[in-house]
Write a protein that binds this ligand. Structure first.
Ligand code: APR
Ligand code: PHB
Length: 389
């Protein structure tokens, strides 16, 4: 087989890139090691920045998001029971759309199916070859046979544990990492959200987040020690601890119910540079990871692939290499801004097991900077609704 761009990974990055390239008349094939059902089974954050909404519109996959997505014009922060609302619309004239990543993925899968684009699911042993030559190609195994795809470029959209980043020589790649000393226990339930907006809580007993998927489906998180297991948290214990960390009015409104899904995820900041090596381009989680406190993971992925699709269109339509040559530097500028914001929100709102009295005072002072200075709220709002890519 031959195609112009071989895409590794059918998560949000790979699927959105496939659609954007299709819209530009650039042929592409997606290789995904899991089944489509497995990919859709992942529960991930669903706060869409305006640039992500634009990306889905360009991809022809925004209709249901516009119909069912929830427009949020602000967010509530609670710091040791002191409440403060950041009004995005007042501060920066923008809003966000709350719409689960599972739904984004489903819409992108449907849009790709409508174009007839080839996605090979359950493609095993994907390997990249000749990425530093003029004739790169990808091999994979399926149904007991080895297949080869010759291409012009390879897009590594295969996430943190993928094969693409590992295909860049170790002496070329520079990585940066911070692993946080706690995890997030997430619970999904068919119960009405406790509030019409998201509530981020810093409580002496730990962080909590109240989010939602619709007006009848809620998503909640609790900071837990890394040593905890899901089986340590029966639903009753989860609901009791969430009420403990919420302020009384919200705790009184909380509607509890059986969990549809419950899992513990670690928190990590990670960046690998560069995001391009000859004919290989990394995008999304393959290149970077953010702690979910800033809701940036999906949005960074969407920004990367919009930048990459523009660059490849410039190459194929105008025979210009300016876009592909500038891809890594352009993406990393936005990636590091999101890494900073996600790290800031994580430091501000979590209880760090080894923090001393001075560090706790710094957290309080940081929160006061936010609520007492005009620029504090504006800066948070600008970063939360999304910086331009
Ligand atoms: N071969 C083929 N596919 C692979 C391989 C491989 N060797 N390794 C991983 N994959 C697939 C995974 O199965 C997954 O479906 O690549 C896809 C990567 O998807 P994500 O991990 O979701 O990453 P990305 O598409 O960049 O989306 C980033 O997803 O994880 C969240 O928080 C993250 O919201 C962010 C978004
Ligand atoms: C979610 O809805 O899953 C979510 C929302 C905001 C975050 C993280 C997760 O910061």
């Amino acid at each position: 087989m031959k195609t112009q761009v071989a895409i590794i990974g059918a998560g949000p990055s790979g699927l959105l890139l496939g659609q954007l390239l299709h819209k530009q008349g650039i042929s592409n094939i997606i290789l995904e090691r899991k089944s489509s059902g497995y990919v859709l089974g992942r529960i991930r954050a669903g706060v869409l920045e305006h640039t992500t909404v634009q990306g889905l519109e360009k991809a022809g996959a925004a209709e249901r998001m516009h119909r069912e997505g929830l427009v949020h014009e602000g967010v509530e922060l609670v710091f040791d029971r002191e409440k403060y609302r950041v009004d995005f619309t007042e501060a920066v004239g923008k809003s966000v759309v709350v719409y689960g990543q599972t739904e984004v993925t489903r819409d992108l899968m449907d849009a790709r199916a409508a174009t007839g684009g080839l996605t090979v699911y359950e493609a095993e042993d994907v390997a990249l070859h000749g990425i530093d030559t003029d004739a790169p190609y990808v091999t994979y195994a399926k149904d007991g046979q080895t297949h080869r795809i010759d291409c012009d470029f390879i897009a590594g959209c295969d996430g943190f544990h993928g094969v693409s980043r590992q295909s860049i020589p170790a002496d070329v790649l520079k990585t940066y990492e911070r692993v946080y000393p706690f995890g997030w226990l997430g619970l999904l339930s068919d119960t009405p959200p406790v509030s019409h907006e998201l509530i981020y809580v810093k409580h002496p007993d730990g962080f909590a987040l109240c989010s939602q998927r619709s007006e009848t489906r809620s998503r909640y998180y609790l900071q837990v020690p890394l040593t905890d297991k899901v089986e340590d948290w029966p639903d009753e214990r989860f609901w009791a601890e969430l009420k403990n960390r919420l302020y009384p009015e919200a705790a009184g409104r909380l509607v509890t119910g059986p969990s549809l899904e419950k899992s513990i995820a670690p928190l990590r900041s990670f960046v690998s540079e560069p995001m391009r090596y000859h004919k290989l381009f990394l995008a999304g989680d393959a290149a970077h990871i953010v702690p979910p406190t800033g809701a940036k993971g999906l949005n960074l992925a969407a920004g990367d692939v919009q930048c990459l699709a523009d660059a490849l269109a410039d190459y194929y339509h105008n025979r210009s290499t300016a876009g592909i040559d500038g891809y890594s530097a352009r993406c990393l500028k936005r990636v590091w801004a999101a890494e900073r914001f996600s790290w800031y929100m994580t430091k501000l709102l979590h209880t760090f097991p080894d923090s001393d009295d001075f560090e706790q005072k710094m957290q309080e002072a940081e929160f006061n900077q936010l609520v007492l200075t005009e620029n504090g709220a504006k800066t948070l709002a600008e970063n939360y609704v999304g910086l331009p890519y």
